[in-house]
Design a protein around this ligand. Sequence first.
Ligand SMILES: NC(=O)c1ccc[n+]([C@@H]2O[C@H](COP(=O)([O-])OP(=O)(O)OC[C@H]3O[C@@H](n4cnc5c(N)ncnc54)[C@H](O)[C@@H]3O)[C@@H](O)[C@H]2O)c1
Length: 302
Amino acid sequence: MAEFLRGKTVAVTGAGRGIGRAVALACAAEGASVVVNDYGVGIDGSAPASEVADEVVKEIEAAGGRAVAVADDIATMAGGERVVRTAVESFGRLDGVVCVAGILRERMLFNMSEQEWDPVIATHLKGTFTVFRAASALMRKQGGGTLIGFTSGNHQGSVSQANYSAAKGGIISLVRSAALGLNKYGVTANCVAPVARTRMSANVPTELKEIGEPEDVAALVVYLLSEAAREITGQVYTVAGPKIAVWAQPRELRAMYAPSGSWTPERIADFLPGTVGVDPMPMLQQLEAMAKAAAAKERPNA
Ligand SMILES: NC(=O)c1ccc[n+]([C@@H]2O[C@H](COP(=O)([O-])OP(=O)(O)OC[C@H]3O[C@@H](n4cnc5c(N)ncnc54)[C@H](O)[C@@H]3O)[C@@H](O)[C@H]2O)c1
C-alpha cells in the first residue's frame, strides 16, 4: 500500500453507497482516518436510514482502518457542520472533504414541480456548500486542505434532468470560487465528474460508451487529496474507467465591437451571424442520433 494519505483526516459525504463508499474505503486503505457521512436515502432522497453509514465504518474498521459515522442530512447547515466537527472531535484535524452525496428526481422541465426541483438542488449544490463552508473556515486557520466537489458530464445540459444539471453546473462554479478565494490560504478545490456503475448510473436510459467502477473514481480522488496534487486547483476531471480527462476553463470564444460604441438590435442582426456567431452545442448534435436509435427500439449510445 502506498499510504498516499498517511496521517490525514478525510470526510466523505454520500459514503454509504456507490462512489462515496469506494472513496471512503480507498482513503482508509491509504492511511487516512475517515468521517463516513450518509443519510441513507433512496435514490430520490426519501426514507433516511442511519445503518448505511455504520456499515461502511464497520468495513473500514474490519480492515484495520479508522472511521466514524455521521448519518446527518448534508443539505442542512447543521449536517455540514456536524461532518466537520466530528472530524476534529474524533481525529483532531481535517485535511480533505469529498462531497459525493446525490439524488435524482427526473422530469421534463415543463412538467417539473417545486418538489422535484428543490431537494435536488439542496442535496447537490447546498450539500456541497454546507460542507465547504464549515471545512474552509477550519482549513483557512490550519493553513491548508483540499475541497473536492462532485459534478457530472450532465452539467453541459440534460433533456430530462434540468434540476440535476443546474445543480452540477453550480457545483463547478462553487469549486472555482473556492479555488480562487482560498488560494492564499493553501487550500485547493477541484471537481470530479465520474462515470461508474452504481444504482444511480443504472437509472440512465442510454447505453454509456465509457463507464468504469467506483474504485476507478476513488483512485483519482485519493490522488487529488494527496501531497502529490498540492499544486492542482480549480480543475474539473472526468473519470470513466480507464479514461481521465480535464475540462477546459470557460472563456470567451470570439468578440465583436460596435463601431460607434453602442449596438442596436438591427446592427446586431447585421453583424452577429458573420462575426461572433454561435458555438455549436455538442449535446444538441447528439440528440438526433439518440432519437433515431430510440425509434429503432435500440438502447441509444451516450
Ligand atoms: N454513477 C455515475 O455514473 C455518476 C455520473 C455522474 C455523476 N455522479 C455523481 O456521483 C455522486 C455519487 O453517485 P453514485 O452513483 O455513487 O450514487 P448512489 O445513489 O449510489 O450514492 C449516493 C449516496 O448519497 C447519499 N445521500 C443522498 N442524499 C444525501 C444527503 N442529503 N445527505 C447525506 N447523504 C446523502 C445516499 O444515501 C447514497 O448512499 C453523485 O453526486 C452523482 O450525482 C455519478
